[in-house]
Design a protein. Structure first.
Length: 211
């Protein structure tokens, strides 16, 4: 949601009197991380046991296609449609795995859905100190904050996993890509993150998930 659509009261709340242009731009950038002012562009899901998955992504037209190996299904729609489809899909699973999902992705999806009048089918932010139903790998790899946090790209490189950023796209590029109508590029970037997360989960499960 662009800042230009905010009314005077909202602008006054967001920006302090006398704020510099640099401070205003910094605040605008933060709005891209809030479910109240940003939008969902894509949601990626992958079953680490089967390698099959699905990407629900925003587009100006409805379309459906598969990855070259046929394992990943790509389905487009408006934001409300992909959020509804996500909740329909996740209701069938007893565990979900994320990277930093507890503090970002999961609250974002739940709040964004509420704004659309869509009721989540799962609580994505359950009791923290358990890996079921939600295993947040950032919690696990930092031992719940006992060691330093790094981003997904850093952990992938450290573990020798193909980094989703190797293709040259980062999260900062998604807004411009969307405005340029490059919806499939966003969808493919999204599943790249999910595939890397699945591989990181396998490493954690084998080497660090000690009963």
């Amino acid at each position: 949601m662009p800042v230009e659509t905010f009314d005077d009261a909202q602008i006054g709340y967001l920006f302090k009197d006398g704020a510099t242009e640099e401070e205003r731009q910094e605040e605008i950038n933060r709005l891209n991380l809030s479910p109240l002012t940003a939008e969902v562009l894509a949601i990626g899901m992958l079953n680490p046991d089967t390698g099959g998955g699905r990407v629900l992504y925003r587009s100006d037209r409805e379309e459906k296609f598969h990855s070259d190996d046929g394992k990943i299904e790509f389905i487009s729609g408006d934001e409300g449609k992909i959020l509804s489809a996500f909740w329909d899909d996740i209701r069938n699973y007893s565990q979900f795995i994320t990277f930093n999902g507890r503090t970002f992705d999961c609250p974002f999806l739940m709040l964004r859905s509420a704004l659309f009048g869509i009721r989540p089918t799962k609580n994505l932010v359950p009791y923290r100190y358990s890996t079921t139903p939600h295993c947040d790998l950032l919690d696990q790899l930092t031992f719940y904050g006992a060691s330093r946090r790094f981003n997904l790209d850093f952990y992938c490189r450290a573990f020798g996993i193909g980094s989703p950023k190797a293709g040259g796209i980062t999260g900062l590029d998604l807004g411009p890509l969307y405005r340029e109508g490059k919806y499939r590029e966003i969808a493919r970037y999204c599943i790249g993150d999910v595939i890397a997360t699945a591989e990181l989960y396998r490493r954690w499960k084998y080497y660090l998930n000690i009963p």
